[in-house]
Write a new protein. Structure first.
Length: 86
């Protein structure tokens, strides 16, 4: 998997990440999807509070593997206080 620098962070990320909007907005076990992604050298996951249950499903699926991946989480609100809570 080709990797690239993420801005000036020093992080190297894969050119393909895994979005969680529709595939993780569920109560079903998503650990097999996480395993398949990591096996394919995809270790960047994108999520947001606006994706319904996706953040919870991803956190459950990453249990014991969090040190192997990077998670990009977006804030979804126009309210500064709510943004800090998120």
């Amino acid at each position: 998997m080709e990797r690239r620098s993420l801005g000036r962070t020093g992080l190297q990320v894969p050119v393909i990440g895994m979005g969680t909007w529709r595939t993780f907005d569920t109560t079903e076990d998503r650990a097999p999807l996480v395993e398949a992604a990591i096996s394919a050298a995809i270790n960047l996951f994108d999520t947001s509070p606006m994706y319904g249950r996706a953040e919870k499903a991803l956190s459950t699926a990453l249990r014991g593997r969090r040190d192997q991946v990077q998670v990009a989480t977006k804030v979804w609100t126009a309210d500064a206080e709510e943004g800090r809570r998120q």
